[in-house]
Design a protein around this ligand. Sequence first.
Ligand code: HAM
Length: 416
Amino acid sequence: MIKNIKGTKDLLPETTYNIQDIENHLNRFMYIHGYGEIRTPIFEATDLFTRSVGENTDIVNKEMYTWQDQNGQSLTLRPEMTASVVRAYIQKQLWKTEPISKFYYIGPSFRRERPQKGRLRQFHQFGVEAIGSSNPEQDAEIISIAYNIYQMFGIKELSIKINTLGSDEVRPKYIEALKKSLSKFKSAFNKSEYERLQKNPLRILDSKNKDIQSLINEHAPNIFDYISKDDKQHFKKVLEILDTMEIPYTQDKNLVRGLDYYNRTVFEVVSDTLGGQDALCGGGRYDKLIQQLGGAEIPAIGFAAGMERLMLAMDLENNQIVQTDIYIINVEEDLIEQSMLLADDIRKNLGVAVYVDSLRRSLKSQLRHANKMNAKYTIIMDSETVKNKTVVIKNMSEKIQESIKLNNIVSYFESE
Ligand code: HAM
């Protein structure tokens, strides 16, 4: 038997109903904030990710799904979407027509990680990118959007971790100092950690290894002592706006993120409900990326959120989705046409969901199915219907039922 690939999932209606509901909320939420949806292809030239996410990152080094096309071009399933958005932005030269572009996206991304709870090989990201403003209010808007989305979905115990990486001009000095201070303790590192310290020293700051963490706390220089006055002012203003907007955060000087394109503000939203150390979402500024990929010098900031992690935090397991509004129960063969006609009539007139059984099941098992679908009402058609042109309408939650004339069904629901 052919099975799905490890780390991917088939989503059945009980899950997709929830996803559609979340997406509807997200679409509306972004619309009221002035962000429009962008959809880019799920595969791109491999170079796009090596040049943006960074050659020495875990994503590019070991997690990308990459293959040679028939014509020898190297292609990659997107491991994230910021690079694609930036590529599209540059390709369409949008800065020439709009001083600022605000996008959001929802779609699959692919990373060959070790699958576990909240970590998949095909996962789904919801993300937001604001391209064009270098001002701190743009950072605060992005962070508040991230926070308020989780609030909207009722996620508890939220916290925002925030840090600044300073600008590109000063960061190399910090990186050098960091490398120098920690390289002295070579014996405390295992081989891959030491390699990371040499190749991508910033990433060592968010090492999960307790010994390394205490080494960092004791000996690593603080990035704040290296960044410029402008960087500090920018960060201070971001925090001030967040304070005014009553968005809670904690500063975390070791927060660096796993992608190379960041500068200045970086942040993550975490929730205890996820259990692990995994972030619900993460993002930051990437003021140099557009230029680096061949566009003009345009600042930008954004974040992306894992949809699966959002759904885990929402704890949807026991969420009883209403899968139909009205379930028409019919057990008479000669009422089949009439029940189908009635279903269409209600759908057309009221725009509500109506379900009709096509298995000719018994009254009892159709009722059971209606309950399983969490139907709000059932309409029971039987021999009485044939005789008196009436049906029984049952309000499933209030457990009351009434006998209603066939001709009056639509107006009955109109007044409900
Ligand atoms: P990221 O931190 O790599 O950032 O991913 C963002 C979010 O995607 C994570 O916080 C997590 O919720 C989710 N995620 C990542 N990998 C997986 C996985 N294997 N399984 C399930 N969920 C996952 C980015 O991707 C940046 N593009 C964010 C950004 C946008 N920065 C600026 N703009």
